[in-house]
Design a protein around this ligand. Structure first.
Ligand SMILES: [Zn+2]
Length: 151
């Protein structure tokens, strides 16, 4: 299992607290953050890249929500990644960084949506721009909406 916040891997569920968070991440959060995170976790199953959620009707629209993460590669990671390119195949050091950055950006987007009172995010997209050499911006955006199950 992987912690939804720090993305560390743990051997069993024993290490986890509520909402897919490891004990350490959970302890570090303030009660307010825990509540927001719980709401955002519920939202994660209610996201789609389409503009409609199957079996649901959009009843309210809050507009675009986004999460932005700007991240630079560490020198260590860059050297490690460069060494991996010599071997070829999946450059795990970079794929982990990308995966982590994108999940952080989507987490932020979900938190914004949860704060607005949305229960779903539709039309979710990712975008990435290199701001300068080694520094990239990852953007995750979508439309925060309230959906109701179709009768
Ligand atoms: Zn954690």
């Amino acid at each position: 299992m992987v912690c939804r916040k720090c993305a560390k891997e743990f051997p069993s569920e024993y290490y986890f607290k509520a909402g897919g968070l490891c004990a350490q991440c959970y302890e570090e959060m303030t009660p307010d953050e825990r509540q927001r995170f719980a709401r955002a976790s519920g939202l994660q199953r209610m996201t789609t890249t389409a503009f409609e959620l199957p079996g649901h009707t959009v009843v309210e629209c809050f507009g675009v929500v986004r999460g932005i993460v700007v991240r630079s590669r560490s020198l260590f990671g860059t050297i490690g990644g460069a060494l991996q390119t010599v071997v070829g195949g999946n450059i795990t050091l970079f794929s982990e960084l990308c995966e982590r950055t994108r999940s952080d950006a989507s987490e932020m987007m979900l938190q914004h949506a949860a704060e607005m009172g949305a229960n779903a995010v539709v039309g979710v997209r990712y975008d990435a721009t290199e701001i300068m050499d080694g520094v990239s911006e990852v953007l995750c955006y979508g439309t925060a909406v309230v959906v109701r199950p179709k009768a």
